[in-house]
Design a protein around this ligand. Structure first.
Ligand code: ZN
Length: 291
């Protein structure tokens, strides 16, 4: 199954639903960052967070999501846009913890005391920032809390994943249910109950259920229309041009120093692990361009 996101709207009920499968993009990220089976699940949930929040943006807007806590992973940082593109990384992807009840130990890897920060570039003068303390350290519970508290939109987020014996994701994704104004949390409680009646999301994924089928289960008996099906992918915003700008920002003296001591400069993108190498000649050209 390719990665994609489905968006539905139950107009009469005043609820929208999003469901996504992020298996491929999360496995690509896991490969790029050399994650363990524990941190594959952690990074996947961080990326799924970016995808779901990104899907709430308008065209041209961007979002940065940071989960920072006292666990060994340290921080999870993700960037996403409104077009289903996401990239991200963990400060320490080498953390590997034993399974708990056959599930990756996401909570202890991230840590229970910390903050979720969401920064939105809405193409306005100022960036919009929301910060909430972590509640569950499972990403979905924290996103739920963020949307309810910081954005004051009655919401429910649930994530799930299935890993194979090699620690690769077999399936992964998430669901986001949101009440549209003037509806309140009451309507969301119905979905929470319905969610609890269903098998956990990872079990639905393991059964091979698609995002459409999962939303159909959640919205059973409710009239809704499918608004959009959007492909998702791991894609970073870094480029050789941006890396060159970063080098220029170091300033003439530092760049000259790099040239003399290293004979080259290597810019390593945190988000995707792409390496941009500037050799002696490249550096001389950059320095000439700075005159
Ligand atoms: Zn990159």
């Amino acid at each position: 199954m390719e990665d994609y996101l489905i968006r539905i709207m139950a107009k009469e009920t005043g609820v929208r639903g999003l469901a996504c499968v992020t298996t491929g993009l999360a496995n690509e990220a896991a490969e790029r960052h050399g994650t363990t089976s524990t941190t594959t699940a952690v990074l996947e949930r961080a990326l799924t967070s970016g995808i779901l929040l990104g899907a709430l943006l308008k065209v041209g807007q961007r979002i940065a999501v940071r989960f920072e806590a006292n666990g060994p992973v340290g921080k999870a940082l993700v960037e996403a846009d409104a077009y289903g593109r996401v990239s991200g990384y963990l400060v320490n992807p080498q953390v590997d913890l034993p399974l708990v009840a056959d599930r990756p130990n996401i909570v202890d890897a991230l840590g229970e005391i910390g903050l979720l920060t969401v920064v939105k570039d809405l193409k306005l003068k100022e960036l919009a920032e929301g910060v909430v303390p972590l509640q569950t350290s499972t990403f979905d519970g924290d996103l739920t809390y963020y949307l309810n508290q910081s954005e004051q939109t009655p919401s429910l987020v649930v994530m799930g994943e299935v890993l194979d014996e090699n620690g690769r994701l077999q399936s992964a994704g998430g669901v986001l249910i949101q009440a549209m104004p003037p509806n309140d949390i009451g309507i969301i409680r119905q979905f929470i109950e319905r969610m609890q009646e269903l098998p956990p999301l990872e079990a639905l994924f393991a059964e091979g259920k698609t995002p459409e089928e999962i939303l159909a289960l959640l919205f059973a008996g409710i009239e809704y229309t499918e608004l959009e099906k959007r492909p998702l992918r791991f894609q970073c915003t870094c480029s050789r041009e941006r890396s060159e700008k970063a080098l220029i920002n170091l300033g003439r003296a530092d760049l000259q120093n790099l040239l003399e001591t290293e004979g080259e400069a290597v810019v390593d993108c945190h988000f995707c692990h792409e390496r941009y190498t500037f050799d002696e000649e490249d550096l001389r050209l950059i320095l000439v361009g700075m005159d």
